[in-house]
Design a protein around this ligand. Structure first.
Ligand SMILES: CC(=O)N[C@@H](CCC[C@H](N)C(=O)O)C(=O)O
Length: 382
């Protein structure tokens, strides 16, 4: 079983080698090396040809009544780290700004425990690429990764949150995270000289109007009880101050706690885009990418059991949380296999996706203990 010092060293190493979705090759190799250092007697390590950065590990149970799945994501974000930590990212412009380094460390610790203490039930650990984009969960499922002995009967996974104190577990019945749709928008007008706007068709102006009008969808078109989010995090247009941009490109994300809310927002975006195309005499091309970021719906029975256990056995370290507008492609896997997603507090003043995020490593040990204790308890149940 990995000791605290090993866990810190693993987490810091992973933090230094962040990689973007589907390119997590160094991470994959490192995780595999760590796992190869565990007792191999009951373990089967599996690579996936179609998804080369994914890794699965099966542990044979002593007296299996079920197969319990545990999933962690392994990818990072295109963010330039600004923490100033001595173990800062060595990959320019890429950072574990969502704490997946913590997720992986916790998963490795739980796996090392069960490698040494053979579980009652079978277990499948899934080190999943591409959570932030590219739909790793869906790709794995559609590649048939979860077939035969690799199909969990129930699936668990966590996400870290700086909003809870280090080591605290948070969960809720029903929807934990929003569903999301990614959206790309391309505006095509006519470039020209800055001095002669009458001869051009300026797509910075059209795209700016589009962004402004989109902001009214949430406030004016949605029932406030079923709120949502539309954020455009990328706006690209133009080359130089004195040339009118004939093209603009936006990338954004649409979120809602219900799939129907997302569909309603999508519909209004289509209307606004058609209006902009007409009034600015330009083309507006929309590309909606659903990709499997469905709302994360916790299974009622399994989650009630999880919450009940945490409230009784880890009361001082457990809290019921509100739903969050973060997305998670574990929502797709939970739409196929019942399970529970929960938060692990890593108490930090900086939010997820911040260049300054510095999750508190003190979260790792109590997090691992709570998960191992729960899984041991679950394996005692019929
Ligand atoms: C926990 C978290 O931050 N997850 C990401 C998931 C990305 C969803 C998808 N790529 C999108 O942007 O819609 C998040 O941004 O919430």
């Amino acid at each position: 079983m990995l000791k605290t010092a090993d866990l810190i060293q693993i987490r810091r190493h992973l933090h230094q080698i962040p990689e973007l979705a589907l390119n997590e090759f160094q991470t994959h190799t490192y995780i595999k090396e760590v796992i190869q250092g565990f007792d191999q007697e009951h373990l089967t390590i599996r690579e996936v040809e179609e998804l080369p950065t994914a890794l699965l590990v099966h542990i044979d149970g002593v007296n299996p009544k079920r197969t319990i799945g545990y999933r962690t994501d392994i990818d990072a974000l295109p963010v330039q780290e600004e923490t100033g930590l001595p173990f800062e990212s060595k990959h320019p412009g890429v950072m574990h700004a969502c704490g997946h380094d913590i997720h992986m460390t916790v998963a490795l610790a739980v796996l090392s425990y069960f490698a040494q203490n053979q579980p009652q039930d079978n277990m499948v650990f899934f080190f999943q690429p591409a959570e932030e984009s590219e739909n790793g969960g869906l790709l794995a499922y559609e590649d048939g990764v979860f077939e035969g002995q690799w199909r969990p009967d129930e699936f668990y996974g966590l996400h870290d949150t700086p909003d809870l104190p280090a080591g605290q577990i948070g969960c809720r019945l029903g929807t934990l995270f929003a569903g999301t749709t990614e959206i790309d928008v391309d505006f095509v007008g006519k470039g020209g000289h800055a001095a002669f706007p009458q001869n051009a068709n300026d797509m910075i102006v059209a795209a700016s109007q589009f962004i402004n009008q989109i902001q009214t969808i949430i406030s004016r078109s949605l029932d406030p009880i079923h709120s949502g989010v539309v954020t455009f995090g990328m706006f690209e247009a133009g080359t130089i101050r004195n040339v009118i941009a004939g093209r603009a490109h936006l990338e954004g994300t649409i979120r809602g706690l219900k799939q129907t809310t997302i569909e309603q927002i999508d519909e209004r975006i289509r209307d606004v885009a058609a209006g902009i195309a007409r009034s600015y005499n330009c083309e507006v091309n929309l590309n909606f990418i659903q990709g499997g970021y469905l709302p994360v719906e916790n299974d009622p029975k399994l989650t009630e059991n999880f919450i009940d256990y945490m409230e009784k056995q880890h009361a001082s370290q457990f809290t019921i949380t509100e739903p969050a507008m973060t997305g998670e492609d574990f929502g797709y896997l939970l739409s196929k296999i019942p399970g529970t997603m929960f938060w692990l507090g890593v108490g930090d003043e900086h939010p997820l996706h911040s260049a300054k995020l510095n999750p508190n490593e003190d979260a790792i040990e109590p997090g691992v203990k709570a998960i191992v204790d729960f899984l041991e308890y679950r394996m005692q149940e019929k």
